[in-house]
Design a protein around this ligand. Structure first.
Ligand SMILES: C[S@@+](CC[C@H](N)C(=O)[O-])C[C@H]1O[C@@H](n2cnc3c(N)ncnc32)[C@H](O)[C@@H]1O
Length: 190
């Protein structure tokens, strides 16, 4: 039987553990992406909105669109992020399809999602479609190593595969960084 790739939404409280900020430091991530004053930021696979709440504080104006395919996650965010409704817009998406207009986003990020995607190339092409020219995409996902926590190594995606996927989808200026447990890639849409 194939290993289930999708995060079990019944475990959503794990996503809110502040200890995650040690290995996935929001300040480091934001500064390394290095985008100046974005208007529209998109969080793909936003989960509970843990990182949307962090990055919202870095934006002078504009909005973060927090997208997920799971009704449980969407309901959770609608309930818990409504206080930030001027800054965070919660939206349901399909597996590789958003309802965002083309060339509308300055920055797209996905954290701990990439290994869960059913069709990586189709998702990246959708990201290419919604990014503005010179917009950036950031992908942070588990290094392909065995750990006592997180997803099984068999479903993790090697750095070289992510780099190759980005190239095939049309992205350029690919940079990659090594975090404690994660690969962190930033690429540009020309
Ligand atoms: C491991 S959780 C990570 C959540 C969040 N990014 C974080 O790090 O706190 C992965 C999330 O991606 C969502 N997801 C899975 N496949 C997706 C897809 N194709 N498009 C959008 N979201 C997806 C899941 O429902 C889940 O909420």
């Amino acid at each position: 039987m194939a290993t289930e790739k999708k995060f079990d939404p019944r475990k959503l409280s794990l996503l809110n553990d502040p200890i995650r900020k040690k290995s996935l430091n929001p300040d480091f991530i934001w500064n390394t992406i290095g985008i100046k004053d974005p208007e529209t930021v998109v969080d793909i696979g936003a989960g509970t909105g843990f990182f949307a709440k962090e990055f919202m504080q870095k934006m002078q104006h504009g909005k973060i669109h927090a997208l997920d395919i799971s009704d449980i996650m969407i309901d959770y965010m609608r309930e818990h992020l409504s206080v930030y409704k001027d800054k965070i817009v919660v939206q349901k998406m399909e597996e590789s399809k958003t309802s965002l207009p083309e060339e509308s986003a300055d920055l797209i990020y996905m954290i701990n999602l990439y290994h869960e995607l059913n069709n990586r190339l189709q998702t990246l092409k959708e990201m290419f479609r919604i990014l503005k020219k010179r917009g950036r995409i950031a992908i942070i996902d588990w290094k392909k190593k065995q750990l006592e926590f997180g997803p099984p190594v068999s479903i993790k995606v090697a750095l070289t595969e992510i780099e190759n996927d980005l190239k095939v989808a049309g992205f350029s200026e690919i940079r990659s960084y090594s975090l404690k447990f994660h690969n962190f890639l930033v690429a540009c849409r020309n």
